[in-house]
Design a protein. Structure first.
Length: 129
């Protein structure tokens, strides 16, 4: 389900000439700028992988916040697609997220196959699938 959604998000971003950045965080962090045509091979490789957990949720937030502080993604929103079986975010990252939200960034979540509430207070909105 997450992979299908990602494909649609990339299609929409390309049709609207918008940037799209993928941060994978199962076991380790990997970032792919999907706005660059050359990275479509990386997306294809990503879509062929299986993900089994071992989340790096703090590293995910750090990478997303780093991108939000850049010129290219300063006005972007963040969508996290996960089961959200996370530890609650640490205080420093929570404060950085709140600062980004105060500037207009929204943090969304699509939760798949769990009832975890660890990030609920951090997200502007969360959907369950």
């Amino acid at each position: 389900m997450a992979k299908s959604l990602l494909i649609q998000l990339v299609r929409i971003a390309r049709a609207e000439h918008r940037s799209c950045y993928l941060i994978t965080f199962s076991v380790r962090i990997r970032s792919i700028d999907l706005g660059r045509g050359a990275n479509m091979r990386a997306l294809t490789s990503f879509l062929q992988q299986r993900f089994t957990g071992g989340n790096g949720e703090e590293k995910l937030l750090i990478e997303a916040l780093r991108l939000l502080e850049s010129d290219d993604y300063g006005m972007a929103d963040v969508l996290i697609i996960s089961d959200f079986i996370f530890n609650p975010p640490d205080r420093a990252n929570t404060e950085r997220v709140r600062k980004a939200q105060s500037k207009g960034t929204r943090f969304y979540g699509l939760q798949i196959n769990s009832n975890s509430k660890a990030f609920d207070a951090l997200l502007d909105r969360k959907w369950k699938a």
